[in-house]
Design a binder for this molecule. Structure first.
Ligand SMILES: *Cc1c(COP(=O)(O)O)cnc(C)c1O
Length: 387
């Protein structure tokens, strides 16, 4: 590859040098005595990262979508009712997965940039009595973050399992899986977990595993069945190798390094850093005359920002940013795609990446027809960081 450009999209993200080094090691056997503890450590660390001491972690070769399929395929039987809290593109994907599995799916939707009200969700739970409620924590298509805890509480009160698509939030946004009573938190390795793409990650409650065991028929897919993987995860954590399907050895080595860094930083510190950096980004956007896609500050994600193009600027902004050395993402929500761009700020993003990105944005906007006084955004970002 040519010259390095700073990667500021909502995954894959920039990798720490220790993670890159782990990826570069010679390949080993998946049952090698040197690899077994690496896999075991990664599994154990996920309980710390998800604040889920009672959950069972799973690390499986595949992307975040595979983690979505595993949760649904293991927990849904044909004819089961599921409620999808719909905040955008990835909620729609969750609904499709559930429908293909034969679930009767109800959606509580909001206009893009908004979240459904808790009253609407309460009403839908009462009306449909779902066995599973699926929530997208941060919908990556709109940069909207939903308040998970009260929804989980309502779902639990009605005996539903709660599945949280945390692909764009886990290890960046506050998640307290045990305290909030979430049955499945699922994510992918390439977002705030700070590893390369290629691993599906889930932490699963005992209640969810009990639901899987109580099924009338096993899931149609062998690979997607959590129960097939359970003894494998338990064996590795106990320091013993086991085989069901080959783990992605190099990626697990990278994930282990990344998780070690996350645990060292500490979850509360990490949540706070993400929130602070995101606020500074928003301060800079405001100073540059740009509006956020999310309707309110309180529902703006800390892991990425979705920002509307100012008048006169279009999707060519991404190329102008690339010329300035920073890679950003375009819109994703089908209804609004052409009207906004997205900047990811998760993982190890801190001051340096923030200031580089905003500096590049000032220049790219000016070139694109929205003149910015040099330094206006950067100054606002620095002020926000200091306050
Ligand atoms: C990225 C993402 C996914 C899909 O993950 P892949 O690794 O691309 O399969 C699902 N949900 C959310 C919220 C995401 O951000």
């Amino acid at each position: 590859m040519s010259e390095h450009r700073l990667l500021m999209i909502p995954g894959p993200i920039e990798l720490e040098p220790s993670v890159l080094a782990a990826m570069g090691q010679r390949s080993t056997s998946h049952v090698d005595p040197d690899f077994v503890p690496v896999m075991g450590r990664a599994i154990a660390a996920l309980r710390t990262v998800m604040l889920a001491p009672s959950a069972q972690p799973f690390v499986i070769a595949g992307s975040g979508t595979l983690a979505m399929e595993m949760a649904c395929a293991s927990l849904i039987e044909r004819g089961d009712r599921a409620l999808v809290i719909d905040t955008g593109y990835f909620s729609a994907r969750m609904a499709s997965i559930l429908e293909r599995l034969g679930a009767e799916v109800t959606r509580v939707s909001a206009t893009p940039g908004e979240v459904p009200s808790i009253d609407a969700i309460d009403e839908a739970i009462r009306a449909t009595k779902p066995t599973l409620v699926a929530i997208t924590h941060v919908d990556t298509s709109t940069g909207v973050r939903i308040h998970v805890e009260p929804i989980a509480r309502l779902a639990k009160e009605h005996g539903a399992l709660v599945v949280l698509d945390a692909v764009c939030s886990a290890a960046g946004e506050v998640i307290r899986q045990d305290a909030w009573g979430i049955d499945v938190v699922l994510t992918g390795s390439q977002k705030a977990l700070g590893a390369p793409p290629g691993l599906a990650v889930l932490t699963v409650s005992e209640a969810a595993l009990a639901r899987r065991r109580a099924r009338k028929t096993p899931p149609a897919s062998l690979y997607l069945d959590l129960l097939e993987w359970l003894p494998i995860m338990q064996a590795y954590e106990a320091g013993k190798p086991a085989y069901f399907a080959t783990p992605a050895v190099s990626l697990v080595c990278a994930l282990d390094q990344s998780l070690a860094g996350i645990v060292r930083e500490g979850m509360e510190t990490r949540f706070e850093r993400h929130a602070r950096v995101a606020r500074a980004f928003r301060a800079a956007f405001a100073a540059l005359g740009l509006a956020m896609l999310p309707a309110r500050d309180a529902i703006c994600a800390s892991t990425l920002s979705a920002v509307r193009y100012p008048s006169g600027v279009d999707a060519s902004l991404a190329q102008a940013m690339r010329d300035e050395g920073v890679v950003i993402a375009g819109g994703l929500h089908p209804d609004l795609k052409a009207t906004y761009f997205r900047i990811g700020h998760m993982g190890s993003t801190d001051r340096a990446e923030l200031l580089t990105t905003i500096g590049a944005l000032e220049r790219a906007l000016t070139r694109g027809g929205h003149p910015c006084e040099p330094g206006v955004g950067v100054t606002a970002a620095m002020r926000a960081l200091a306050s």
